[in-house]
Design a protein around this ligand. Sequence first.
Ligand code: APR
Ligand code: PHB
Length: 392
Amino acid sequence: MRTTVGIIGAGPAGLLLARLLHGAGIDSVVLESRDRAYVEHRQRAGILEQGTVDALRAAGAGARMDREGLRHDGIELRFAGRRHRVDFPGLTGGRSVTVYAQTEVCKDLIALQLAEGGPLLFEAEALAVEGAVSGRPRVRFRHAGREDVLECAYVVGCDGFRGVTRGVFPASSSRVYERTYPYAWLGILADVAPSHDELVYARHDRGFALLSMRSPSVSRLYLQVPAGTDAGDWSDEAVWDELERRLATDDDWRLERGPVTQKSVTPMRSFVHEPMRHGRVLLAGDAAHIVPPTGAKGLNLAVGDVVTLARALVHERDTGSPDLVETYSATCLRRVWQAERFSYDMTTLLHRGPADTPFDARLQLARLGRIVSHRGAETDLAEAYTGFPLDA
Ligand code: APR
Ligand code: PHB
């Protein structure tokens, strides 16, 4: 098999890249190791920055998002029983975010790709990437019980944190920057209307809690739990009880409970692989970088990468110049590190570490106090949350 751009992985990064290339008349093949149902139902975050919304619309993938997505003009910070609303448009000159689940983004992009785009092969596992610095890199893969080779002008690893593509980068010219956290998130989906109309990020002495949503009738909630926690150790009732404690306020706000339809634990990690290009092999999305979910940046970073990459590939096709492909890594990494910084700040602002002392707790409250009383500090949060421009 031959194509111009071989894409490994059909998460949001691989799917949107294929869509952008298709729109520009560049052919691609997407190889995805899992089946379609798995990719469409894997629970992930769901906060889209304005730039992500714009990119999906421009790719012709925004119709259902525009109908069903919820525009959010702020978030609430909750601590010491107090509630503080961060007003995004007021602080950023009009920016907001859209709540639309990553599962839905993937469903929309898969439907478009299968209807109009190049091949998207499910249950096609990339085994190895070869020839990164030769003229024509190759992907060896297994599909329908047979091994095959995909020959490409470029290979893009959109294969997530556990993918194979990073393996072609020689250790001598790549570096990993990484931090793991001693806590994780226990997340539930529940068939109950969200108890607040915007997301609530709560700092509590017992640990962090987040109230989010998927639709006007489906809530998504998270609790900080120790790393390595098994979701099965928490009964639904214990989760609700703990959410109630951590989200409690001094006023008459109440948490509504409902049937829990899904429960799982997400580990927390910060990770950056530099560079994001080796010869004719490029990385995009989680394959190159992971952020802890507190800043809701993972999907948005993946989208930023592939928008930048699609532009670079179109530029090379149109002008013959590989300039933008060559600067792809540096361009993306500037934005990636800003998102790493913000996600780390939000995480350490709101979580309780097992070795934290009362001093650390007081510092968190002082940091929160500064954000809610100083317009500059609050603006910094609002700007980062609503999104860094692609060419930051
Ligand atoms: N061959 C083919 N496909 C593979 C292989 C392989 N060897 N290894 C992994 N994959 C597939 C996975 O099955 C997955 O569907 O690559 C895809 C990677 O998708 P994601 O993990 O969703 O990564 P990405 O597209 O970069 O999206 C980033 O996802 O993890 C969240 O928080 C993150 O929201 C962010 C977004
Ligand atoms: C989610 O709705 O899943 C979600 C929202 C905000 C976050 C992380 C996850 O920061």
